[in-house]
Write a protein that binds this ligand. Structure first.
Ligand code: KG4
Ligand code: ZN
Length: 342
């Protein structure tokens, strides 16, 4: 296999079609995103079949748009990376099929990428990029995990949510508070109007050792608080504030614990919830006090995107030069990061 320079990345694991081109020498050359949020908003959650159909409509046009943006043609692309899991099976199959078909037509390698590895490596797209080893807090709509990352492909799971993911809790509480779907980001904005002292919610599983999380009880606590209080705007904002404070405090306590246990001084936060300003500043202050460093991606690379997939594909090809050009279209809706082999 010749030198891989330019990788096309395809992300279709959930409700965003993300396409990008990453060049090992020049960096990111093109990046396009289409969010299906409006499509699913009427249903109050993601409808998998509608997600798949919309990926079918958007993937190829976005690839054309990215090539145009990057001023490249198909001959300039050296490999195609696509998200192979975890995610919605039908949605994953769209990206995998398009990716493998293009790789076959263009006679270049197709690289299946783990979506959470994409998130994990996304801060490396920034100028202030982490180097190994580090502790990573992955906080997305589907996952809340603490990982000890010692090298590319060397990821040890230290703890994870035993029920709802942090992003899922944000989304469900936003719904309970009658905010539009999706929205962790909207809940966080609303919480700024809230009084932090009016309600104090529990910090789940912080009173016992270990690095696992549980957020479903907190969601029930919020539901009960909503039921037993008035429905005024200020009360709802106060509840949003108490919820956000509780979840961020819990994440911070567990990050501190993981850093203490590992003796590492670098913290990476990634995934949709890492776009949260309050979480970023809380953890940044913690790392400043510890004399350590924190790394995160720009907000649009925290939520799902094609750039992290193109970059991870490029890293995988660079690390593993004997990667097989396997055009079998296999996706893995459930796939643990610690099962990665390379
Ligand atoms: O990583 P991501 O785009 O998709 C998954 O892989 O799941 O994460 C989406 C999640 C959603 O639950 C969304 O509400 C949450 O990230 N999120 C936020 C913020 N921005 C996105 N949660 C809290 N604060 C934010 N600013
Ligand atoms: Zn994601």
């Amino acid at each position: 296999m010749g030198k891989i320079k330019c990788v096309l990345g395809i992300e279709t694991s959930c409700d965003e079609t993300g396409i990008a081109v990453y060049d090992g020498e020049k960096g990111l050359l093109g990046n396009q995103l289409y969010s299906q949020a409006k499509l699913h908003a009427n249903y109050g959650g993601i409808v998998p079949e509608l997600a798949s159909r919309d990926h079918v409509r958007k993937t190829v046009p976005l690839i054309q748009a990215v090539l145009q943006e990057a001023k490249l043609n198909s001959k300039d692309i050296d490999a195609v990376a696509y998200t192979a899991g975890p995610g919605l099976v039908g949605a994953l199959l769209v990206g995998a099929t398009v990716g493998c078909a293009l790789a076959f037509a263009w006679q270049i390698p197709a690289v299946p990428v783990h979506h959470m590895e994409g998130h994990l490596l996304s801060p490396m797209l920034e100028n202030f990029a982490p180097s190994f080893p580090f502790i990573a807090l992955l906080v997305s709509g589907g996952h809340t995990q603490l990982i000890s990352a010692t090298d590319i492909g060397r990821y040890q799971l230290l703890g994870e949510s035993i029920d709802d993911a942090a992003g899922e809790a944000f989304d469900k509480v936003a719904k309970l508070l009658d905010l539009d779907y999706p929205n962790g980001a909207m809940l966080s904005c609303f919480a700024k109007q809230g009084n932090a002292k009016r309600f104090i919610f529990p910090r789940p599983m912080t009173d016992r050792p270990g690095l696992n999380f549980s957020f479903s009880g907190l969601k029930t606590f919020v539901a009960n608080t909503i039921r037993t209080n008035n429905n005024e705007n200020q009360t709802r904002a106060d509840i949003a504030r108490a919820f956000e404070d509780a979840i961020i405090d819990t994440l911070a306590i567990k990050c501190k614990r993981a850093l203490d246990q590992s003796g590492l001084a670098r913290l990476v936060i990634a995934g949709g919830v890492s776009a949260n300003h309050t979480l970023r500043s809380r953890l940044a202050e913690m790392m400043r006090q510890r004399g350590g460093e924190i790394f995160y991606a720009r907000p649009e690379f925290c939520t799902d995107n094609g750039a992290m997939i193109a970059y991870t594909g490029w890293v995988r090809l660079k690390t593993n030069s004997d990667i097989k050009n396997d055009l079998n279209i296999t996706v893995r809706p459930r796939w643990s990061l610690s099962e990665l082999t390379y």
